[in-house]
Ligand binder design. Structure first.
Ligand SMILES: Nc1ncnc2c1ncn2[C@@H]1O[C@H](COP(=O)(O)OP(=O)(O)OP(=O)(O)O)[C@@H](O)[C@H]1O
Ligand SMILES: [Mg+2]
Length: 234
């Protein structure tokens, strides 16, 4: 069964000084296979949407279902590692994993030999790799990622994007990834949905897989998405 979010007529408001401030206002979305990127400006509700899909937040109204086998991994903007646990122990945290399995996951993200390192002994990029390995620990069919690379410098960010693409291709997992970077959306997304005004304002299939992967964005698609974002904010 294809893993992914299935959302109909999702509403979510937050209370602010006694008033309800609407964030999601009747959002409809059905995830397909591959990497789906949710793109949108700061404050448009991307994290709220992801938290609702993850079951960390309750919707006010609407239907939110996650298809698949229930094995879901999460990656956040910050690595959120336990500082007193080693890299391998962080990967295994909350799982019935043996050390050798954690080591295998660390090797998958390029951290072979760092099993015993504590988070403070790792660079920022390496800590993000541990966080990705932890998200992969239960063999997820769906990974939810909230701006997972936003805090990284450009080179590390590009390395992590390539790593995610490799892992996704190897494992076949589906990914729902939130970002406000158009370049990141164009590079990673098989599908790019623009969230604005509490709904999906645009929905594009990306030709990312049509030819050899390149960091040269598809100009026509980039213009189309830029126009959507500007139209909403002019
Ligand atoms: N727990 C909360 N209580 C009150 N308001 C909230 C809460 N969480 C989010 N909001 C409000 O909901 C709106 C959407 O927030 P959200 O974090 O989903 O945006 P975002 O698209 O992820 O933004 P960013 O790109 O800056 O991370 C914002 O106006 C925010 O202030
Ligand atoms: Mg956010």
């Amino acid at each position: 069964m294809t893993a992914g979010a299935e959302i109909a007529n999702l509403h979510k408001s937050y209370g602010l000084r006694g008033r309800a401030v609407p964030v999601l206002t009747g959002l409809d979305f059905v995830q397909r296979d591959g990497i789906t990127v949710v793109l949108g400006p700061s404050g448009c509700g991307k994290t709220t949407l992801l938290r609702i899909v993850a079951g960390m937040e309750a919707p006010d109204d609407g239907v939110v279902r996650v298809r698949g086998d229930g094995r879901t991994g999460m990656v956040f903007q910050e690595p959120r590692l336990m500082p007193w646990l080693s890299a391998a122990q962080n990967v295994a945290f909350g799982q019935r994993r043996r050390r050798c399995e954690s080591a295998g996951l660390l090797a998958l993200v390029g951290l072979a030999g760092f099993e015993d390192a504590l988070p403070h002994q790792l660079s920022g990029g390496m800590r993000h790799r541990v966080a990705l390995a932890r998200a992969l620990a239960n063999g997820p069919s769906l990974v939810l990622a909230d701006e997972p690379f936003a805090a990284l410098d450009q080179d590390t960010r590009e390395d992590m994007q390539d790593l995610l693409l490799d892992v996704q291709r190897t494992t076949g997992m589906n990914v729902l990834l939130v970002t406000h970077s158009l370049d990141e959306a164009l590079y990673l997304g098989d599908r790019i949905v623009v969230l604005d005004g509490g709904r999906i304002a645009a929905d594009h299939s990306s030709p990312r897989n049509a030819g050899p992967r390149t960091r040269e964005p598809d100009r026509r698609l980039a213009e189309l998405i830029r126009a959507t974002l500007q139209r909403k904010h002019s």
